[in-house]
Design a protein around this ligand. Structure first.
Ligand code: NJP
Length: 228
């Protein structure tokens, strides 16, 4: 049987690229997001025998429970979870950004990841599985006036904390910390950024490690431009 990977934020960017890369390595995929049309197109591309679309708003805990149940119902096992759904902020800093945009980031980036953990941890412990969490380089270096950065520091803390919690269970936790990636996360193209496929390659690298190898953190940044 193929191993099963559940991805949140699978409809776009890093999540969708990871779905394609993991499918190429033989994984079966449970693909969760709100955009069901995009998920359906991805399932068509990968093949319905290997991929399942699951409508899910990560800010809704019951949705996340149903997401994990749907993956287990369909595939009968859960070997890895990529907690990747996330959202960015709006300009203006602490002086000017709309406060509603902060609430949205707290709900999606922090609560969304914590809910994914609650819904999936017992199954991952049982399978001695692998949890990969999308944090950010902004969760290691503080960006000026950035509530986004604050939420990603929280995601880093969740990653470190859950690793300690599951120690001894055979489960592994990898915190993925990308730099700028050219995805629909931004309104305009970012030609000097990483491509989502670049980050997906790192996720598949982490997933491909043998059970005895515990890859804690993956910092993936674009190469700085050459000078002169
Ligand atoms: O962005 P994008 P990325 N419920 O916009 C989903 C982090 N990151 O791939 O629901 C469920 O293409 C949304 O799905 P949908 C970033 O913080 C990025 O760049 O259909 N899902 C979509 O699939 C995030 O954690 C950069 O709208 C929800 C996905 O999230 C992760 O990478 C740098 C949702 C977003 O795809 C993926 O972002 C970095 C909800 N309520 C970290 N809200 C970067 N791009 O530069 C959103 O360090 N989603």
């Amino acid at each position: 049987d193929n191993k099963v990977l559940l991805i949140t934020g699978a409809s776009s960017g890093i999540g969708a690229a990871t779905a394609r890369a993991a499918a190429a390595e033989g994984w079966s995929l449970a693909l969760a997001a709100r955009s069901t049309d995009k998920l359906a197109a991805l399932v068509d591309e990968i093949g319905a025998e290997r991929a399942l679309a699951i409508p899910c708003d990560v800010t809704d805990f019951e949705d996340q429970r149903r997401m994990v149940d749907a993956a287990l119902d369909r595939f009968g096992r859960l070997d890895a979870v990529f907690a990747n759904a996330g959202t960015g902020g709006q300009p203006g800093g602490f002086s000017g950004a709309p406060v509603d945009s902060w609430r949205k980031m707290v709900d999606v980036n922090i609560m969304g990841v914590a809910y994914t953990l609650r819904a999936s941890l017992e199954h991952l412990k049982e399978s001695r599985g692998h949890l990969i969490i999308t944090g950010s380089i902004a969760g290691r270096r503080t960006l000026p006036g950035s509530m986004y950065s604050a939420t990603k520091w929280a995601v880093s803390a969740i990653g470190y904390g859950v690793r300690e919690e599951v120690k001894g269970s055979g489960m592994r936790v990898t915190l993925l910390e990308p730099g700028m990636v050219d995805t629909p996360f931004f309104d305009e193209p970012k030609p000097d950024a990483l491509r989502p496929e670049d980050v997906a390659r790192s996720v598949v690298f982490a997933l491909s490690q043998p059970p005895g190898v515990d890859l804690h953190e993956l910092v993936v940044l674009p190469t700085p431009p050459t000078e002169g």
